[in-house]
Design a protein around this ligand. Structure first.
Ligand SMILES: [Fe+2]
Length: 207
């Protein structure tokens, strides 16, 4: 099945495009692995050159696809969900004053995440397993300004990439019988705007 790119805007709308052969930045045969430092350099160039988040994500997707296609070490890192919590995170890069989050995340089968936004642009590339994303949109009332309702769903398969704008609201569920492993990349989080939502109580809280 062709790899898919998904894009969730601030209103929860999903757009989808299938990757075609050759869309990925191909590499010369015999070239060294796509090193993390090259990825970071090219990523920083994009962030300096492009200020619009949607355009940034569009420009970053091919880099991430090249990384997951050509950096074999990423697939080899041992990461398993914690048996107590059902999830685990492994930071791949963390540098003061270069406020990016780059990590691998594992979820155990059947685990569902809280409903949240990221308060920054974000990108998730699924490496293994199968991840169902439920996309929510705000549906405020006078009484409940943080009310949300389901807008859409998408299922990520290995090789698929999901882009999230800063106010996109989602939660994930690891479906299938294998843990999910994903490569996650986020910009600089605005912690005052990062929220977890409760669709039963119609509330949202900073987390
Ligand atoms: Fe998320």
């Amino acid at each position: 099945m062709a790899e898919q790119d998904w894009f969730v805007d601030n209103n929860g709308l999903i757009r989808q495009s299938a990757m075609s052969e050759g869309d990925s930045n191909s590499m010369v045969s015999g070239a060294p692995s796509y090193r993390l430092y090259r990825f970071l350099t090219e990523l920083e160039d994009i962030l300096i050159r492009i200020s619009d988040d949607a355009l940034r994500l569009q420009a970053i997707v091919p880099l991430v696809r090249k990384l997951i296609d050509h950096a074999d070490w990423i697939q080899m890192l041992p990461l398993q969900p914690d048996p107590d919590t059902g999830w685990a995170v492994s930071m791949l890069y963390d540098e003061p004053f270069f406020p990016l989050t780059i990590q691998l995340v594992a979820w155990a089968p059947g685990i569902t995440s809280p409903i949240h936004n990221h308060a920054t642009w974000g990108l998730v590339a699924l490496l293994s397993g199968q991840e169902k994303n439920t996309i929510w949109q705000r549906s405020p009332t006078a009484e409940h300004p943080d009310r949300i309702e389901v807008r859409d769903h998408c299922v990520l398969n290995p090789g698929d990439i999901l882009c999230l704008m800063s106010d996109a609201i989602h939660n994930i569920e690891a479906i299938g019988d294998q843990p999910t492993i994903s490569f996650n990349l986020y910009g600089e989080t605005d912690y005052d705007r990062r929220l977890e939502f409760d669709p039963i109580q119609n509330t949202a809280e900073i987390f």
